[in-house]
Design a protein around this ligand. Sequence first.
Ligand code: FB9
Length: 551
Amino acid sequence: MEPGWRWELSPVHLLRLRRHTQDDDTLSPALRLDTFKMAMHTMADGPVAELLLRRLEASDGGLDSAELLAAELGMEHQAVVGAVKSLQALGEVIEAELRSTKRWELTAEGEEIAREGSHEARVFRSIPPEGLAQSELMRLPSGKVGFSKAMSNKWIRVDKSAADGPRVFRVVDSMEDEVQRRLQLVQGGQAEKLGEKERSELRKRKLLAEVTLKTYWVSKGSAFSTSISKQETELSPEMISSGSWRDRPFKPYNFLAHGVLPDSGHLHPLLKVRSQFRQIFLEMGFTEMPTDNFIESSFWNFDALFQPQQHPARDQHDTFFLQDPAEALQLPMDYVQRVKRTHSQGGYGSQGYKYTWKLDEARKNLLRTHTTSASARALYRLAQKKPFTPVKYFSIDRVFRNETLDATHLAEFHQIEGVVADHGLTLGHLMGVLREFFTKLGITQLRFKPAYNPYTEPSMEVFSYHQGLKKWVEVGNSGVFRPEMLLPMGLPENVSVIAWGLSLERPTMIKYGINNIRDLVGHKVNLQMVYDSPLCRLDAEPRPPPTQEAA
Ligand code: FB9
């Protein structure tokens, strides 16, 4: 057989082949076989396909790929399935309807018993008329299982009082190895002869198993023929120049065929959603604030936001402080003085917190707990630019909180923040910009609940009614920055700044139907989830959670 044959023709098939090609008397026997081989060579499962077509030719109606074909042609069902698939690919030559049939199959042990007899039968046979020491019998391969079964079948008995220890004797002269007989019945394809009880007993003894066989019901297609001519798949320049394309059969073009997914990088779902949020902010005329510093000083993360130094969020339990570099050296000292005074004595119409504000505390470095620190830096830079110009800023970046970890909280998440600074902005403006922002997220039903943040007054938690979850979900927090935060920066009196924040992880989990944050972020993430994560359209309906199969 020349190289490239994937399937060896067993002598049976050679015989059949020879018989099949015998009736074409125009060819010499050898040539007849070669031409036949030649025809087959063009199609991977050639021989099987040919036999299948001939068998179909001879049958009226359909054939079951397992029963009538594999069994009859004495070959692996898989080989027939291969041929069915390649014949299907040729178009309407055959019809093949996938069926799944349940059938009983012997397990490996079942096969062995069908061949050698049941354990109890072997035990019975191994007991001579004078009996056998039980200890010896137990050493036999089927000893253990066989003994208890033979006992329960009342084929044998044990004389415990025997001289040299318990001795086993036959009770009956002969016995019927029903188990073997029944297994052979199944082997012979007559499982239906067994009653449900007998079947379940054999299944319980793991000698029999019910298998679901996916088979094909094969029937002639509208273009049925027993000779398969190779269908062209390429239209070559020769065919065109020779015009031979006119009489060559072409394989139907499967326009629905999935292209081979090009190997490409895959954006993590979080980054897909981040770019959606970026798009929304840019559409609303916002500019992204620089957030390229995970490490921040307590001054910009807390003090600049008028968050008092004894505020609970400023202790180890909520914040990751740095050992090295422990302290921020560069701070704009004139501004720091104003912040100090505002905290300790007040000013700008505020009474302040009336405590001793410590510079060392403000110098402590930490992992930023929110990107509002970046907003403070941006607003301070803005305040240095005279005259004041209204701005709209946004940031999306990592923040770190020493929180109790649970299914939706890790020690870090991505905060999304929007800031609008302009003259005379009110809570109404904040509600308006929140409506516009969340509408672009596909979230329209909003409710605002009064809340508290050290750096905004008034503050609001934002809730939206979530169709899928059938409940109101907190989708963010917001507020009007306090004058005690803005005025020390040097921003004009009548300038107010509204801001809001939310996380990137929550909307991403809801969008992609992920319930545990560890399936989205961290070392446990299944990369396939990233590869298969579809494009993200925030304003489109959220996707149902991936069902296991899909998985
Ligand atoms: O993201 C949150 N929820 C959310 C957001 C969008 C969303 O989209 C769905 C597609 C439809 C779903 C849910 N939250 C904020 C609300 C809760 O999840 C909350 O339990 C957890 N919050 C985080 C903080 O946890 C300690 C989310 C995170 C958060 C909270 C507040 C801010 C930012 C992030 C803020 C702020 C702020 C306030 C005033 C001025 C400036 C910034």
